[in-house]
Design a protein around this ligand. Structure first.
Ligand code: PDD
Length: 285
């Protein structure tokens, strides 16, 4: 079965799903995106993702191309047409097509909208969570507004590639003061040597993950506390547990950082519990 993508008003087979060469998303990464989990064919946490999308668009001063309601219909249609049971749906909105010039097009052009979806292997994801990830640290060389979910992901691309080339799975960004910001496509968490659950505060230096937000609720329901603060790489090396959160990985244990074993070297009990409980706190649409 050919995959189907939505491109500016049309559902097209992947091979015909094309954007213009002067699309500003292509030339300047002048675009924002969202990735939502699909589970049992249903969209997970649509409201929270679309709220963040609206914020990204407003920070970038890009107009919403369709209503939120219409966007919900398109997301569901792409999930259905691709018969996604378990997987992800990706949406991207760009400032549109115009002759190449960094300044906003004047008069404004229609923003572009692309939606794709793909299946993920749940068994494989769960097996990975049983094993845990090895990560490496890399300097955080990103711009100062990574709280906006733009498609400008070159440092993330290079970080992930560096991790793979070192035999690891993912990368953790470290700022110039030695504090971990987040992972290449997820938020970073540790359980410190004295048992405190810590994740960086959501300022302009990290993306305010939806999975991070829901994990806060899971943690609270367990009667545990979270320290929302920056933590150093050294604190992470000495942690009892480490994990990352994202829409596609949910709660994914980290078992080594820069070749140093974290805790017992096995996924930690808290990460496991949060992963098991997670979907009791999501909204399914
Ligand atoms: N990434 N930080 C970064 C840099 C991310 O790219 C992501 C998500 C997150 C976690 O956000 P959320 O919990 O809302 O998925 C944090 C998506 C999954 C991606 O780029 O594929």
């Amino acid at each position: 079965m050919s995959r189907i993508a939505y491109v500016n008003g049309r559902y097209l087979p992947m091979r015909d799903a094309k954007v213009h060469v002067e699309d500003r998303g292509y030339q300047f990464a002048d675009a924002v995106y969202e990735v939502c989990e699909v589970r049992g064919g249903r969209l997970i946490d649509e409201r929270r993702h679309l709220d963040r999308l609206k914020r990204s668009l407003s920070e970038m001063r890009i107009a919403m191309p369709v209503t939120v309601r219409a966007l919900g219909v398109v997301l569901r249609e792409v999930i259905a047409r691709n018969r996604i049971g378990y997987g992800l749906v990706y949406l991207q909105i760009g400032r549109g097509v115009a002759r190449r010039d960094p300044a906003f097009p004047l008069p404004a052009v229609a923003p572009s909208l692309v939606v794709t979806a793909r299946s993920l292997n749940r068994t494989k994801n769960d097996a990975l969570a049983e094993k845990g990830l090895a990560v490496v640290s890399v300097p955080d060389t990103r711009w100062g507004r990574v709280d906006i979910k733009t498609t400008g992901l070159l440092p993330n691309v290079l970080a992930r590639q560096a991790a793979i080339e070192q035999g690891a799975r993912d990368a953790w960004f470290v700022d110039k003061d030695g504090f971990v910001t987040e992972a290449a496509s997820s938020n970073a968490w540790i359980v410190t040597a004295n048992g405190k659950l810590v994740t960086r505060q959501a300022d302009h230096a990290i993306l305010r993950g939806i999975t991070r937000m829901v994990t806060f609720e899971v943690v609270k329901a367990q009667g545990l506390a979270i320290e929302e603060r920056a933590f150093t790489l050294d604190e992470a090396y000495a942690a009892r547990e480490a994990f990352v959160t994202s829409a596609t990985q949910i709660v994914m244990p980290v078992v080594s950082i820069d070749g140093r074993t974290i805790g017992s070297g096995k996924p930690g009990p808290l990460a496991g519990a949060l992963r098991r409980e997670f979907h009791r706190y999501t909204e399914t649409g």
